[in-house]
Design a protein around this ligand. Structure first.
Ligand code: G4P
Length: 526
């Protein structure tokens, strides 16, 4: 098969949702449909139910054994589908944001009872930054949810994206009868069903008398009215607008009951984008280019202290990746090769001899990778658009054992390379400040420093709420600002100056008083 054919076969996406909306269930059902797993319950939830370190560690250990959950690949209708797993817990949101840089589209799951929730809004902000195409799946129709029109309005206003329903529900909760596919003119009948993967269907137009026989007079009338309203209010579905990330098609269903999944998956296969071009610091890289390029978007720690190796997940962006071949590690300026890269076909790990754009390769790493690192066939370019976001909680790292300062230094450097948290250093006294989006990471880091590196630490909370990356039109202005602000200036791992702000007000005031300095809320500001 030619490279072009390989590329056209691939679809790489992530399922995102607020925790509990049904992401794990939907993932599992898609795998079930794709034949990648045979029984429900095979996909381990990566959900952290309690906010406890031990719980997290337990899950991470399980995942360490079965890293397959990070990427799930299956074949369906001659396509090779890669689902990239994203952590549901809000404390790990940054991990999810980064995974979104490696996909070409997303499926967003919404709980019909709860509607658009906080985490959904944040995730969609990231999708909008990159114009990622989105399909919405409104889940749990077997429960008494909100009115579908209200749900769609909420999606449009809270997520700032136009929507277009492609199926329409007939009631909800105890009276839920199924959905009507507006394009196929097909009724899908709902049954409580946790095992069978196909629903009963009937092809019927809304004008057909059969509709009343199938649904009863009241529901048939309601459906006809609803559909009339839908057709009146929403523009016809445009694949182009979807691919540009401007319009989200919407499906209704019940993941746990295998209901609505097939229509979702079939439409996904039809409309979702093939592997897309990606920006670098010098030019855009097209997947069709003959030479291999790729970038690391996730690093998975091995929590077994006897094996300190890690796994770097690399998204292939162009060309062909081949096992055993030398590639350039651009940041380090050296050639590297991998004798046992692996992939995740049918949820089992297997050696990957070659990979194509859209694929994710797992690479064993002994500490040479950082999130965002690029591999090429010699060209000097770095993939961009993998930003760090400002953390929300900041604490100073205090070494509790002076004999172990080397271990602590190495540990914190490596853990922050993995993207567990961000590290900022104050020039004065080389003080280390760690920033995260959730409290849980501090426990995780402390635990891992002790168990993997033998270094003990404690945390001192700091009165900082935001980190702003700084740039200036002229160097003297920056030098002066840095001198003036003293301990409010720290450096990130790439020695970029960062302003540590106590409050939004502080940022505003400093912005006003220093017009030559530019404040940025993500690490990428080209
Ligand atoms: P998440 O990954 O987005 O966090 O959600 P997950 O799939 O774990 O689903 C969250 C809960 O919602 C689970 O129940 C799951 O069984 C339930 N669920 C998923 N889809 C549907 C649906 O279509 N209808 C209904 N009624 N429930 C659904 P749980 O009690 O938290 O877990 P479990 O004990 O059932 O595994």
């Amino acid at each position: 098969m030619s490279n072009l054919e390989e590329i056209k076969k691939r679809r790489t996406f992530a399922i995102i949702s607020h925790p509990d909306a049904g992401k794990t269930t939907l993932t599992e059902k898609l795998l079930l449909f794709g034949g990648a797993i045979q029984t429900a319950g095979a996909v381990k939830s990566n959900k952290i139910k309690k906010t406890a370190t031990s719980d997290f560690m337990e899950i991470e250990k399980q995942r360490g054994i079965s890293v397959a959950t990070s990427v799930m690949t299956f074949e369906y209708k001659d396509l090779l589908i890669n689902i990239l797993d994203t952590p549901g817990h809000k404390d790990f949101a940054e991990d999810t944001y980064r995974t979104l840089t490696a996909v070409d589209s997303v499926i967003l799951v919404i709980d019909c009872v709860k509607g658009v929730e906080e985490q959904t809004e944040r995730l969609m902000e990231v999708c909008r930054m990159r114009n990622t195409p989105v399909i919405v799946f409104i889940n749990k129709l077997d429960r008494e949810g909100q009115n579908p029109f209200e749900l769609l309005d909420e999606l449009e206003t809270k997520l700032s994206i136009r929507v277009r329903p492609l199926t329409w529900p007939i009631n909800m909760g105890a009276n839920f009868k199924g959905v009507y596919s507006l394009y196929e003119q097909m009724l899908y009948f709902f049954k409580i069903n946790k095992t069978k993967i196909e629903s009963d269907v009937a092809k019927v137009s809304l004008e057909d008398d059969k509709l009343v026989d199938l649904l009863g007079e009241r529901d048939a009338l309601q459906l006809t009215e609803d559909v009339e309203l839908v057709e009146g209010v929403y523009d016809v579905f445009s694949e182009e607008a979807y691919q540009k990330g401007q319009l989200a098609p919407v499906f209704f269903g019940s993941a746990i009951n295998n209901f609505g999944i097939k229509e979702l998956l079939d439409t996904f296969c039809e409309i979702s984008p093939i592997p897309q071009p990606r920006p670098t610091d010098v030019r855009e890289v097209s997947p069709m280019e003959p030479k291999f390029t790729g970038f690391v978007f996730k690093i998975h720690a091995n929590l077994d202290p006897r094996h300190r190796d890690r796994i770097a997940f690399l998204r292939i962006c162009s060309g062909k990746f081949e096992r055993g071949k030398f590639y350039k590690h651009v940041r380090m300026g050296k050639d590297v090769r991998f004798s046992s890269p692996f992939t995740f076909m049918a949820s089992a790990k297997s050696v990957m001899d070659e990979g194509f754009p859209g694929d994710v390769v797992g690479l064993y790493d002994t500490g040479s990778f950082k999130i965002g690192d690029t591999l090429t066939e010699g060209e000097n370019l770095q993939f961009s658009g993998i930003p760090s976001f400002s953390p929300e909680i900041f604490k100073e790292l205090i070494n509790l054992d002076p004999m172990k300062s080397k271990q602590l230094e190495k540990g914190i450097q490596q853990l922050t390379d993995e993207g567990v948290a961000q590290l900022f250093t104050l020039d004065l006294g080389n003080r280390k400040i760690v920033g995260t989006v959730g409290e849980l990471q501090f426990d995780v880091i402390q635990y891992r420093l002790e168990h993997e590196y033998g270094a003990k630490c404690r945390w001192v909370p700091m009165g900082i709420t935001r980190a702003c990356w700084l740039t200036a039109d002229e160097k003297p202005a920056m030098d002066q600002f840095i001198r003036l602000k003293g301990n409010q200036i720290a450096y990130d791992k790439d020695r970029n100056p960062v302003f540590l702000a106590e409050s939004e007000w502080m940022i505003r005031m400093n912005r006003e008083n220093n017009p030559a300095i530019h404040f940025h809320f993500t690490s990428e500001f080209k």
